[in-house]
Every structure is written in C-alpha cells, then in structure tokens.
Design a protein around this ligand. Structure first.
Ligand SMILES: *[C@@H]1O[C@H](CO)[C@@H](O)[C@H](O)[C@H]1NC(C)=O
Length: 225
C-alpha cells in the first residue's frame, strides 16, 4: 500500500517535471514569434497584381461584385490588370456596396505589413475600409468621402497604403469593403496591388477607423465561412 502511494507520488512528480520542462521550453518558441524582422518590403510572402489570377480573392454573396480585369493591349486606370468594381453595372445598382474577402495569411510573426493600392473615379464611392478578421473583426483602415476632413485619398490616381498589422491573435484574412453613394451609383473602384510581408511598414497609414468612434456605422455582417 505504502509503495503504491510512493509510486503515485513519484509518478505525479514525474508528470510535474515533464509539465515544467514543456512550460520552460515554451518561451523560446513564443519569443521566436516576437522576433522583429526588418522592413516588410524585404519579406513579402504574398504578392498580388492580378496579372495571372485573382489570388483566391472572392466576392461576398448578395452584394455587388468585383471582376478581374486583364488586357495585354488596353489599359484601365493605367494598368493591364486589376480587380474592378463597376459601379455603373446593373448588379451594383441593386446593392449598397461590395466586399472582397482575401484568403488567410499565417501569423508566423506578430508584425506584418499589408500593401494595398486602390483607385476610383466618379461620385459612386462613398467609403472604403479594410477589416482584419482573426478572433474578432478589427477595422484597420477607412477612407470616408462623406466626411471630407478624414478623406485621405484622391480621385483618378492610385492611392498606396501601408498598414502595420498586429497578428498576435492568430491567422488573418481581410475584408475590403466599398459602400456606394446611393444618390449617384456611377463610376469605378479598383484594387491594383495587395501584398503581404512580415516585418515593419516604412509608412504607416493604418487609422484603425478612428477607433470606430467616427465610423461606428461599420458593422461587419456575418459571412459564409
Ligand atoms: C454623392 O453623389 C452626389 C450626387 O452626384 C454628390 O453630389 C455627392 O458629392 C456624392 N457624395 C460623395 C460623398 O461623394
């Protein structure tokens, strides 16, 4: 009886030692995730210019849709390839906006940078915003034409963003959302480049949607998977 108790005791001690060894070895792997890389431009792991495909971006159901534009001869918005949202299209007239959903990106490091370029023409783009989805929906950037004080983009030129990301909540995907101006559904909105790299942005254009105070209207509707 006594030896059984001793055995249970030593077995428990053994388990505790195993647990403490695995706990002790944990910080090294966590630290590795915090490792600060240099500039993200040197660590691009996903590069989309939509030249050969749509990079597995997809449209949210029951909204207006982006289509890939590719034409070797004829440029649109000074490019041969882009993802184009035609606001003049009959389908766009029936919906309040569009949402592009990107594939998932791994949280191999906690710091990463998202490079996005976008361009629009016409009065139809009311606002454009980007949501980071991990365990939560986080609005990381908004460009709101309705409030001229916080509209940071220009019409008919490519607007380039560098958005510093915090990936401490795990793998991410992004929603690129465009809301239409209901009083003038005319014009075009386009995404030209969408690149993801680990490390730091050189410029930081993220505004976290002004901490959702000004943009409290931004509510992420549920998505199918
Ligand atoms: C919405 O469209 C109307 C009509 O063209 C225009 O006057 C207004 O400036 C547009 N709003 C925005 C935010 O672009």
């Amino acid at each position: 009886m006594g030896s059984i108790i001793v055995n249970i005791f030593s077995f428990t001690t053994f388990i505790i030692i195993i647990i403490s060894i695995s706990v002790a070895s944990q910080p090294t792997s966590i630290n590795r995730h915090y490792y600060q890389l240099g500039f993200a431009t040197n660590n691009i792991v996903s590069k989309c210019d939509f030249l050969t495909n749509s990079c597995r971006f997809r449209n949210q159901h029951n909204l207006a849709t982006y289509n890939r534009y590719y034409n070797a001869e004829k440029m649109f918005f000074d490019r041969h390839s882009l993802l184009l949202l035609n606001i003049n299209a009959p389908r766009s007239q029936r919906y309040p906006g569009a949402r592009l959903i990107t594939p998932y990106y791994q949280a191999k490091y906690h710091n990463a940078c998202l490079f996005v370029s976008y361009r629009y023409s016409g009065p139809g783009t009311l606002r454009f915003f980007i949501i980071q989805q991990d365990i939560d929906n986080k609005c990381i950037f908004s460009d709101d034409h309705f409030k001229s004080s916080i509209s940071i983009s220009n019409e008919n030129v490519w607007n380039h963003l560098e958005l510093q990301l915090d990936l401490s909540d795990g793998d991410v995907r992004f929603f690129l959302e465009t809301h239409f101006n209901s009083s003038a559904k005319a014009g075009y909105f386009a995404i030209g480049d969408f690149n993801f790299g680990y490390g730091n942005c050189r410029n930081k254009n993220e505004n976290h949607c002004y901490d959702n105070i000004i943009n409290s209207h931004i509510n992420v509707a549920p998505t199918a998977n």
